[in-house]
Write a protein that binds this ligand. Structure first.
Ligand SMILES: C[S@@+](CC[C@H](N)C(=O)[O-])C[C@H]1O[C@@H](n2cnc3c(N)ncnc32)[C@H](O)[C@@H]1O
Ligand SMILES: O=c1cc(-c2ccc(O)cc2)oc2c(O)c(O)ccc12
Length: 327
């Protein structure tokens, strides 16, 4: 919540705009805060610095304290293409923070799965009905795509070899598809998502938008991309989506593939801290959307239940991996 406050106050931008590390009085003035709030801001800065977003510069006891952004702090800059602050604002939005207050009551209840904010399709109907949250959410997803796109097209380049047509299923506002289309200009990239997400977006270059429901139909293509989709859904719904993907990549007797970007929990290449982030995301998914983060065994079962014959996990995206699944 303190980092959220710092973002909302424009703290990262104020620190960045200053030539060299900035003092508390200069920060108060450039953030447009009342001077009387300086001692309170100092307390916030202390925590933000301790959390790794600011460096504190003070060599001697009587030196003035000055602050600069760390590399993690730069991820909070609004206009940084590598922005993680937008996702932080979504996760801490009252809409998503509120269900956590009911978590213990939920554990005590008999009902079980899916009754925290409402599971399955209802969740996305809620997003559609709240334009402010919907914009915040879609922006966070687009920025997350911006954050990892370069890695996907460079480190994951081989996954796109021979792919002439790709559908980004539930691809949001199309940031990942645009990055792939730019890296592989010979490829046609189609973004499939719900109508309210695509409203106002126009086809351009080798990217086109198709409004639809992935549970109903997915356009045929050499490859289907599912970035941050499977973790939103129960096993049963994942198998339904994967079966539709299988149909899309095997039409006309083709043997295409499904490319998944999602977490593989406890993946061996991860240190304890990153596994901790995976566990935290798993709880976010459990509480807010009745989804889950999966380990390799759980992924393998989904693939086999949906009729796929093999898969390959490439752990190139930090807490997430690029998984290729073959019919
Ligand atoms: C977590 S977001 C991921 C967006 C994008 N793949 C990304 O990672 O930036 C999930 C997306 O699924 C879309 N979605 C939910 N239900 C859908 C459905 N039945 N058919 C198509 N898209 C759907 C949402 O609108 C949202 O854009
Ligand atoms: O942090 C989240 C939260 C959601 C979410 C929760 C409740 C809703 O009504 C809609 C969405 O979804 C997420 C998501 O799909 C994702 O890829 C990352 C994080 C989150």
């Amino acid at each position: 919540m303190s980092i959220k406050c710092a973002i909302q106050l424009g703290l990262p931008e104020a620190v960045q705009a200053h030539s060299g590390p900035i003092s508390l009085p200069d920060l108060v003035s450039s953030m447009g805060l009342p001077p009387a709030k300086a001692p309170y801001l100092r307390r916030l800065l202390r925590l933000v610095a301790n959390s790794g977003f600011l460096s504190l510069h003070k060599q001697n006891d009587d030196d003035v304290e000055r602050y600069s952004l760390t590399p993690a702090g730069r991820l909070l800059l609004r206009h940084n293409p590598f922005n993680a602050g937008a996702l932080l604002l979504v996760v801490l939005d009252p809409v998503l923070a509120e269900p956590f207050h009911h978590m213990s009551a939920w554990f005590r209840r008999e009902e079980g799965d899916g009754d925290v904010v409402g599971g399955g399709k209802m969740v996305w109907e809620y997003v559609a009905s709240d334009p402010e949250f919907s914009n915040l959410f879609n922006d966070a997803m687009a920025r997350d795509s911006g954050l990892i796109a370069e890695l996907v097209v460079k480190e994951g380049k081989s996954a796109f070899d021979g792919v002439v047509s790709l559908v980004d299923v539930a691809g949001g506002t199309g940031n990942m598809a645009k990055a792939i289309a730019e890296a592989f200009p010979e490829m046609t990239c189609t973004v499939l998502d719900l109508p309210h997400v695509l409203s106002g977006l126009e086809d351009g270059g080798n990217v086109k938008y198709v409004a639809g429901d992935m549970f109903e139909s997915i356009p045929a293509a050499d490859a289907v991309l599912l970035k941050w989709i499977m973790h939103d859904w129960s096993d049963e719904n994942c198998v339904k989506i994967l079966k539709k993907c299988r149909t899309a990549v095997t039409s006309d007797g083709k043997a295409g593939k499904v490319i998944i970007i999602d977490m593989v929990v406890g993946n061996q290449s991860l240190d304890e801290k990153l596994v901790g982030i995976q566990y935290a995301f798993d709880i976010e998914m459990m509480v807010c959307i009745s989804g889950k983060e999966r380990n390799e065994e759980e992924w393998a079962k989904l693939f086999s239940d949906a009729g796929f014959s093999s898969y390959h996990i490439n752990p190139i995206l930090g807490t997430r991996a690029l998984i290729q699944v073959y019919p």
